[in-house]
Design a protein around this ligand. Sequence first.
Ligand code: SF4
Length: 368
Amino acid sequence: MARSDREVGTVTVPQSQLAALREAAEDGVSFDGFGVSVEDGTYTLSTPEERHTGLDDAELAVVAAAHSEYVTNWHYWTHADRTDSERAYLRWLEHAGELGVPERYDALSEGGLVRQWGEIHVTTTLDGDQRRYALCHENDAGSEGLETHDGPLEAREIAKYDDDGRYRPLKTAPTLRSGWEFTGLSGRELLRTVDFLYPATVHNWHLERQEDLDVSHWRETAQRQTGIYDLIEELEGEELEWLTEACCVDSQCLKRRQWDESDTEPIDTPRGDGVFPCREPCSVVVAAARTWTLLEREETREYTFELTPSEKEQLEALIDAVADGRADEIREADTEDGANRYRARFLRAKRFDENGRLCGVPTDDSVE
Ligand code: SF4
């Protein structure tokens, strides 16, 4: 039902919230277009649409009840124990920056307001004078028969493995498994659930909005490494473009990379379109960087291989398919695809010697 078609004040204002409003009016209330003040023993209550002056105690109660959305909205956002980032995030979920209170309450009570957070679909609805939150994988939005959870801790297990049961070392990789939902969560439970699925993303998102994100660029991060990782400092320039293209682009990670080589040396790889930022090279990237640092120490050599043009293209297709994670999707019957398993086995049978060397060419001349 549209706002104009129904009565105002459809949410009941609890007596405790009315008492809190009277008390707060002494210092003045101003929130989301709603205002209440008291002067010479009478109250003034205003919304973007109306203004009521000279109200006594009883009249304030009547007018507040007629504008119950504004009262409960004010109380919900000002009386819960939340950090700034938690509050900002929950308000973002219900589009508080874009929708006025009546429009928001209409939407919250008629199907809810939706946001996307990585691969998560979050719906906020109204439950009396409170909010309730539901979340599921974006691919499951609107589906029935999902595995229902109500405790945030269960999100930790969901985040561990992908749909094929493989461990997910990078929690922000776009490989969150589907088939589950959380329903009826309070604001606090929602925040804990999101933190298990995408750790620290809400906090960093908020810091970025405050222009206070503490970015640690590659060089600082690399210099901090000790032990087996201290060698990653050797990677620089173009190598960091290859590294970020390998690990940090949208197809591999949902964070938007905000770090560069240093604050004066940008890395040209696209940063990504993710809603939450990445403030420093993560442990997965640092571990991969160690491998590449060791490999990049090698000098190039010239090798001579005899391949047909199609075999050369097949090797390129194989690398492409593995790099894009498509190798498992290529059907056995699709022998036209260079990364087809039978094609790969044929090439190996034809071109590898008994020691697994391409065209029998040794990697190191000294080892025959
Ligand atoms: S360093 Fe790259 S892969 Fe790691 S979290 Fe940041 S953007 Fe994602």
